[in-house]
Write a protein of this length. Structure first.
Length: 95
């Protein structure tokens, strides 16, 4: 599920720690990737920016659309310290 990545990221952000998973995604050198890996990486970067920009409605859209990277939404929301009730409401409505 989506909840464990959310809580791990939320409490790490609350403790003032940076999220290693997000740092790994945003600071990777895409030149070492083949075409498919680069497209997946670009999608992850897009998703992180989308979640930052649209918050609740971005999460609602991502939850409504079946995608394999939805755990990354939980990581993003936790890292951005989105309140749990907002996270769970958007996720539930989207499902």
């Amino acid at each position: 599920g989506e909840i464990p990545p959310y809580w791990v990221s939320f409490f790490a952000a609350k403790a003032g720690r940076e999220n290693k998973e997000l740092i790994d995604i945003t600071h990777v050198d895409a030149n070492d990737m083949d075409g498919i890996q680069r497209r997946i990486h670009e999608f992850k970067l897009w998703m992180i920016d989308f979640m930052k920009k649209y918050g609740f409605f971005g999460l609602l859209a991502m939850a409504s659309w079946p995608n394999a990277a939805f755990d990354l939404c939980g990581v993003c929301c936790g890292s951005f310290m989105m309140p749990f009730w907002v996270f769970i409401t958007a996720t539930t409505l989207g499902k």
